[in-house]
Design a protein around this ligand. Structure first.
Ligand SMILES: Nc1ncnc2c1ncn2[C@@H]1O[C@H](COP(=O)(O)OP(=O)(O)O)[C@@H](O)[C@H]1O
Ligand SMILES: [Mg+2]
Length: 265
């Protein structure tokens, strides 16, 4: 065995890839129970029917999500996030994903407006939590707590925990964005089960970024999120950069590095 010649680190190409999704790749982590979450530049919408590569988006989402998850962790909201490793990757705890997309809405937009005929921008009488079954083949259909418990996707206790955490995340995010002149219209989050011996905890997983939130500039109403891509408004990267800038995440120097190397003639 030529074990002496083995590199001490695992090169990208030799890492075990656990899952490749639309926007991220999960690799096996350095220790059992950990994963590396890699943010790609791919943008998809309408269940993958629309696709583009936005150079630098992955870097921004990694940084924005790190910023939010770090603060949620310190507020006592349990999350999968351990630490950021580099510009595109973060170390996370592996969880058993609850197959639900949990949407919290503060203002009418998107499918809520279409389905119920409520004009986009209407403030909702209170925050509304919706559940969608996470299944690309079925187009993530909306489900009720009845479906969730009947089909065993989550228990009534899990749903209680998920809703309580979703409300805490909404309260934190609404205030965070309000403070930088952004209206948090709605967002999607995912949860997972984390086992510690016989004990199971529901924790926040996946990401929180302009890919998974609707963020409108407070004064102009300008969209600073993935709707720029869904609705062909252009300027998606600039919008994500603006969110990062307002949150104080990227310094001037780094802002120019998110779009990758440019050829110097
Ligand atoms: N901590 C975690 N442990 C295991 N799986 C996770 C964790 N966090 C997120 N995931 C899953 O990893 C995938 C992230 O990649 P993404 O490109 O968003 O996939 P998708 O196309 O399924 O949305 C999602 O399916 C998400 O549910
Ligand atoms: Mg996803």
């Amino acid at each position: 065995m030529d074990f002496l010649e083995r590199p001490r680190y695992v090169p990208m190409s030799r890492r075990r890839r656990i899952y490749e999704g639309k926007a991220k790749i999960l690799y096996e982590g350095p220790e059992p129970g950990t994963l590396i979450q890699h943010f790609k530049d791919d943008a998809t919408a309408f269940n993958n029917k629309k696709h583009a590569v936005i150079d630098g988006k992955g870097v921004l989402n990694n940084r924005i999500s790190e910023f939010i998850f770090t603060q949620l962790n310190s507020l006592g909201v349990p999350t999968h996030f351990i630490k950021r490793l580099n510009m595109r990757e973060q170390l996370i705890r592996e969880v058993e994903i609850v197959p639900l997309e949990v949407v919290v809405r503060n203002v009418a937009a998107g499918s809520l407006s279409t389905r119920l005929g409520i004009p986009e921008g209407t403030a909702l009488p209170r925050s509304i939590i919706e559940f969608y079954y996470k299944n690309d083949e079925l187009g993530d259909p909306m489900v009720s707590e009845e479906h969730i418990t009947a089909f065993g996707w989550a228990s009534p206790q899990d749903i209680d925990d998920i809703m309580a955490l979703a409300i805490r995340v909404n309260d934190f995010l609404s205030g965070l964005f309000l403070g930088v002149g952004i209206r948090l219209v709605d967002f999607k989050i995912e949860f997972g089960r984390l086992w510690e011996g016989d004990m199971m905890r529901i924790v926040l997983a996946d990401e929180i970024s302009p890919d998974s939130c609707r963020l409108w500039d407070q004064s102009s109403g300008e969209k600073l999120d993935k709707d720029r891509f869904r609705r062909d408004l252009g300027g998606m990267l600039e919008a994500y950069q603006e969110v990062a800038r307002r949150l104080g995440i990227l310094n001037d120097n780094e802002r120019n590095q998110t779009t990758g190397p440019t050829l110097v003639q």
